[in-house]
Write a protein that binds this ligand. Structure first.
Ligand SMILES: [Zn+2]
Length: 474
């Protein structure tokens, strides 16, 4: 999953977590860290990031084989679901008393293909240096797989009585970018095994700054993905005789209009709460633009949203349905006017937005009968947000107060899209709870020299363990 993180630039960090000396070794937050939990999680992370699971083609079975062997060794039953040559997903279950419905821990094992020539070190040869682990998947998302495996095996070894099953899903094919989600296929096929009250997965934003966790943004909702396809028609012919009805020109005008268009700003209650929290964090310029949004009267909100966009495109995208051009094609020869041209723009709609209404608005913006406009997919309306007053959300807050004292925990609407929607649509209360990344770390996700701070990773394994214990152990 690609995302960017708002906040001042990361100033540099040397790892300070010491696992070899647990009794005396404080972690990044001054908390003691279980030595085997942390060291095993690191071992899993290194092993998993050494496996090339670039998607395409995937080859996630390599990662699944590793996870299965580790789970077998611990006596935790796991099912492997193979769906293509070299490709599989895994579901493991640690049984509880079943007094409460299961907690699902979800990660994905595939990664986006790296461009090795751009990397300082080979992407599938994890390198530990300067307090970081560098490798493709170090942040997205093998760090979560490694931490989840470690948490599960430690829970098993502890022999503690559990009030609910903890189910671990390490799934393939998250990075395909296609409309058809592997997770939906899995839910269709293995729906009963994946039935759960709660799920934890990627999609939130945990901010790592100056060697510690600064904020925990828990994803409780996300925008809806929509592709908008423009097709223009005009007279074809020889380019020596210009005509007004040129399909390339009319398409270009339509793309430009939509690119400049700003949908009406909306301050949903959830985004308002988030911005209230942010109005006392971060740099002064952003804080003041946020305050202008919060204080704006209805007729001033658009201007205030524009002001926020000038200093934080990330936060501004939370206030509007957005559309941005991504692909354009037309013509095949320099001296031939083509009869048609096509462009794709990617839209992201706020929760509750009606796609048909958005499309009607876009048609009035394009206002050109030679350009037709349609949407793909015409998906079901998005599920509502996950409430923030649940047992699991409270567990996150409690764990954070111990593991990251002073770091605010807040519900967060992601402007990106994750698999969370598939689970939310089935009534699972899903929270995006990510490994901590700095601004700089976040910019490397899906890019070159991907990395994770080892102190941040150690912190995450411990934090996740604490959260899971609070809801799963009696
Ligand atoms: Zn991801």
């Amino acid at each position: 999953m690609l995302k960017s993180i708002s906040g001042p630039a990361f100033a540099g960090l040397l790892s300070c977590a010491v696992f070899g000396a647990w009794a005396a070794g404080p972690g990044a937050e001054g908390k003691t860290v279980s030595p085997t939990l942390g060291s095993e999680a690191r071992e899993h992370l290194k092993a998993l990031t050494a496996l090339d699971t670039s998607n395409p083609p995937g080859n996630e079975a390599k990662a699944v084989d590793y996870l299965k062997a580790r789970l077998d060794r611990e006596g935790i039953p796991a099912t492997v679901i193979a769906f293509a040559q070299g490709r599989s997903s895994l579901i493991a279950r640690l049984k509880g008393s079943q007094g409460k419905r299961p907690l699902l821990l979800v990660c994905h094992t595939d990664v986006v293909p790296p461009e090795p020539s751009e990397w300082a070190t080979p992407p599938f040869e994890p390198v530990e240096t300067g307090g970081y682990l560098y490798a493709r998947g170090a942040a997205d998302n093998k760090s979560m797989c490694a931490a989840m495996l470690s948490v599960l095996t430690h829970l098993k070894r502890s022999g503690r009585r559990m009030v609910r099953d903890v189910v671990f899903l390490a799934h393939a094919d998250e990075e395909s970018g296609g409309a058809a989600r592997h997770l939906d296929w899995l839910l269709e096929r293995q729906g009963r095994e994946l039935e759960a009250e709660f799920a934890l997965m990627e999609g939130g934003n945990t901010v790592w700054k100056d060697g510690k966790v600064a904020e925990i943004r828990v994803q409780t909702a996300e925008k809806t993905y929509l592709d908008v396809i423009l097709t223009s028609r005009g007279s074809s012919g020889h380019s020596s005789i210009p005509r007004q009805d040129n399909a390339v020109a009319s398409l270009a005008r339509a793309v430009a209009r939509l690119s400049e268009y700003r949908a009406p700003a909306v301050l949903t209650p959830m985004v308002k709460d988030f911005l209230v929290r942010q109005s006392s964090l971060g740099d002064a310029e952003v804080r003041s633009a946020i305050k202008a949004v919060l204080q704006a009267r209805p007729n001033e909100l658009d201007a205030a949203a524009d002001g926020l966009e000038a200093v934080s495109v990330d936060f501004a995208a939370m206030l509007r349905d957005t559309i941005t051009p991504t692909m354009i094609k037309g013509g095949y020869k320099a001296n031939v006017v083509p009869s048609g041209a096509e462009a794709v723009l990617n839209a992201r709609l706020l929760p509750g937005a009606v796609p048909a209404q958005f499309m009607a608005l876009l048609s009035t913006v394009v206002a050109d009968p030679s350009v037709t406009i349609r949407a793909e997919p015409t998906a079901a309306p998005p599920p509502g947000p996950t409430p923030a007053d649940t047992e699991l959300y409270k567990a996150i807050e409690e764990a954070a107060s111990v593991e990251a004292p002073g770091a605010p925990v807040m519900p967060f609407m992601a402007v990106w899209t994750t698999d969370a929607a598939s689970l939310r649509a089935r009534g699972v209360k899903v929270y995006g709870l990510d490994v901590p990344l700095s601004d700089d770390d976040g910019s490397r996700v899906h890019g070159k020299n991907e990395r994770i701070s080892l102190a941040a990773f150690d912190w995450y394994a411990q934090f996740l363990s604490s959260v899971v214990e609070k809801v799963a152990v009696r």
